[in-house]
Design a protein around this ligand. Structure first.
Ligand code: GDP
Ligand code: MN
Length: 378
């Protein structure tokens, strides 16, 4: 779950990271009042859960409250990468001398958090990784020891910070790391962390991505969820407890088990197709869940074929087959389908599908190949 910039920065501030003075507005009039209170130059920043808002025209500098109101009027309601701006953050403008990237993520290979720093701040770190990988510093953190003072100091040095900024910087790295750990985040980043003309360090932009699996420990954070973050189909899936992620391809996939779903996507790609989604209906899914899942898959007009890959363990193949038929009674569709059913009650499952003229395959490879051919109208 992604948090908005203003939410992320407030969490950072709670952990001692300096952020600009500011507040959020949902109307131009509110924006003016906030800007008047701040006095002087402000930035008007769209709060949408995508990166690169600046380039998209969603971040503008205002010289006074009049202009802040005017810019808020422009930005509120604006469409940024498919998301409508409903809130703007009005922040005191910073006099920026230097932009740094500072982030914490989990490194799966190292099985520990790592702090990432770069003197090439302000632009997306993925871009720096491509064009100037040597400008990125990786700092693994021992999960037992935590962040050590000397590590933060060395990082300050490696980023080329002046001696006068080191104490401030160390405090910020420690604060960011504490924010990351205490919220069970999978990412906490400040981009840019700026050095101002007054010699202060300030987190101008912030981003936190929370680990959904740990949200039950953080009811207060769960409340911050913005329903705009998810596509309508993803929201629907979460309600009925199906793991679903919308993708761009043409082969709809319905699978039981996350690992099997990943393998199904790989094999689909291997045979030249592109998966339209990741979907794990979970163990023991009954007909009603299959119906709901199929409805979600077929809601996507780009889907040209559906591939079922069911390994019957606790989930029974005949239940899934019944679910498919039930779904087809409710959802009218011409989209062709192919199923690979293996395991508990597989013969019964295949028989049910055969009666409904839905082809089955005995191996995943065969099923994927068929699905790709069906999607191409072969
Ligand atoms: P993003 O585009 O979504 O990453 O939004 P950011 O908040 O990172 O803003 C993008 C860029 O706008 C920053 O890297 C800065 O260069 C600039 N910017 C943001 N806030 C300020 C500010 O207060 N003063 C000035 N001069 N520039 C700012
Ligand atoms: Mn940014």
């Amino acid at each position: 779950m992604k948090l908005h910039e203003y939410q992320s920065k407030r969490i950072f501030a709670d952990h001692g990271v300096p952020i600009p003075q500011g507040d959020i507005a949902t109307t131009p009039e509110q924006a003016r009042i906030i800007a008047e209170k701040i006095g002087g130059k402000v930035v008007v920043k769209s709060q949408v859960l995508v990166g690169g808002r600046g380039k998209a025209g969603g971040i503008k500098l205002a010289k006074d409250a009049d202009e802040a109101e005017e810019l808020a009027r422009q930005i509120l309601g604006m469409d940024i990468k498919g998301l409508t701006v409903e809130t703007v953050l009005i922040d005191q403008a910073a006099n920026i001398k230097k932009e740094i990237y500072l982030g914490v993520v989990i490194d799966r290979a190292l099985q520990k958090p790592i702090i990432i720093g770069s003197s090439e701040g302000g632009v997306e770190i993925e871009e720096v990784a491509k064009t100037k990988p040597e400008a990125i510093i990786h700092l693994p953190i021992g999960i037992r020891t935590g962040l050590m003072d000397y590590q933060a100091r060395n990082l300050a040095h490696d980023l080329g910070l002046r001696r006068t900024h080191i104490t401030q910087f160390v405090g910020i790295v420690e604060g960011l790391y504490r924010a990351f750990i205490s919220t069970d985040a999978s990412l906490a980043e400040i981009n840019p962390l700026v050095v101002t003309g007054e010699g202060k360090l300030l987190a101008v932009d912030g981003k936190i991505v929370l680990d959904d699996n740990a949200l039950f420990r953080h009811p207060n954070l769960n409340k911050l969820r913005d329903i705009q973050e998810e596509t309508p189909s993803e929201r629907e899936a979460r309600k009925i407890d199906i793991n679903f992620i919308k993708l761009d391809g043409e082969i709809g996939c319905m699978v039981n088990g996350a690992g099997l779903a990943m393998a199904t996507m790989d094999i689909t790609k291997h045979y030249g197709g592109e998966p339209a989604n990741f979907l794990d209906i979970g163990g023991g899914a009954k007909a009603d869940k299959v119906t709901a899942a199929l409805r979600i898959i077929l809601d996507d007009p780009k889907v040209k074929a559906v591939l079922f890959n069911i390994f019957g363990g606790i989930t029974r193949c005949d239940e899934v087959a019944k679910g498919i038929l039930e779904a087809l009674e409710q959802v009218q569709t011409n989209v062709p389908m192919v199923a690979r059913l293996v395991g508990t009650n597989e013969e019964e499952g295949r028989r049910i599908l055969a009666e409904a003229n839905i082809p089955t395959a005995s191996s995943l490879g065969e099923a994927a190949e068929k699905a790709v051919a069906l999607a191409r109208g072969v």
